[in-house]
Design a protein around this ligand. Structure first.
Ligand SMILES: C[S@@+](CC[C@H](N)C(=O)[O-])C[C@H]1O[C@@H](n2cnc3c(N)ncnc32)[C@H](O)[C@@H]1O
Length: 282
């Protein structure tokens, strides 16, 4: 079987499963199989697929036919121009979350400051690790209730060579206790309202961890708790950066105001929903 035949086979199978990105996904899977970057696949179309790879190709395609996200099949997701190891124990990092990093960096004038960062619900560690790579003297703690997520975040911090400045702790948000105060608290918590979980795409519903998604009746349970915690352990004039769900901005803005936070910036999606906000403690 030639490489282009392998792609055609995968594309046909994926089309049959109503995959709307069947060509792209096929190219990604075949590139992964023969261990080349996807951009190089066009120069290999007429080469033979090694015969021992045919069975593996079928396995990869059948996982995607069952709606498993490409990131879990490849054990890789790019975030902030870095490759992160992911598996089904962690949420797949999303492009929207990169905006949190942007918002934060835009407000830090001196990138060489000694900052103490806390990342709540760290998952793959993508937020904390990306920040530590940008802020050469910063240190950070990433916490998560999932011990499997913590193991993955540690692994990623080692491959990204920031493990000497990152500490990952398997702890429930409700039990977090720190003597010291932080210069920055960041979180992309579970924020989906319970009712909306039923309507998620199969890729998400069947494969991504519920613990990373489920935010209570209105989806704001964790966000309230994080704001409560931040009012105790964030230094005055320091930053709180949050990713939030649809229709949550106004209710959270009120709560932040009540807790003496001022909103500095926000990121609004095309559908007019605020997805990320940055606040400072007065
Ligand atoms: C939406 S995911 C975010 C993961 C990662 N920070 C990212 O942006 O890709 C939320 C994370 O919060 C964690 N989590 C859920 N409940 C928690 C709790 N009670 N205490 C601490 N972490 C929790 C989940 O395990 C999950 O990793």
């Amino acid at each position: 079987m030639l490489v282009n035949e392998a792609i055609a086979f995968a594309e046909q199978e994926l089309k049959r499963s109503n995959n709307l990105n069947s060509r792209l996904d096929s190219e990604i899977l075949v590139s992964h199989l023969i261990n080349i970057p996807r951009e190089s696949i066009y120069s290999k179309l007429k080469e033979n697929l090694p015969s021992n790879k045919t069975e593996e190709l079928q396995k990869l395609v059948s996982r995607r036919v069952k709606k498993e996200p490409i990131a879990y099949i490849l054990n890789n997701k790019e975030f902030w121009s870095t490759n992160f190891y992911v598996d089904r124990s962690v949420l797949i990092p999303r492009p929207e979350t990169e905006v949190l990093i942007d918002l934060i960096l835009s407000k830090i004038n001196n990138k060489n400051n000694y900052l103490n960062i806390l990342d709540i619900g760290t998952g793959s560690g993508c937020i904390l690790i990306s920040l530590l790579k940008e802020l050469a003297r910063a240190k950070g703690i990433g916490v998560d209730k999932s011990s499997k997520a913590i193991a993955i975040a540690k692994k990623n911090s080692i491959s990204q060579q920031v493990d000497n400045r990152a500490l990952f702790k398997n702890v429930n948000l409700e039990e977090i206790k720190f003597d010291k105060k932080f210069d920055l608290i960041v979180s992309n918590p579970p924020y989906l309202p319970d009712v909306s979980l039923k309507n998620l795409n199969s890729d998400i519903k069947l494969y991504e961890p519920k613990i990373a998604l489920q935010g209570g009746v209105q989806g704001v349970d964790f966000l309230y708790k994080i704001i409560d915690l931040a009012s105790k352990i964030l230094k005055i004039n320091s930053l709180l950066a949050l990713e939030i769900g649809d229709n949550q901005f106004h209710i959270l803005a009120k709560y932040l105001n009540k807790n003496r936070f001022k909103i500095l910036d926000k990121y609004i999606l095309i559908n007019k929903q605020v997805r990320c906000l940055l606040a400072t403690k007065l």
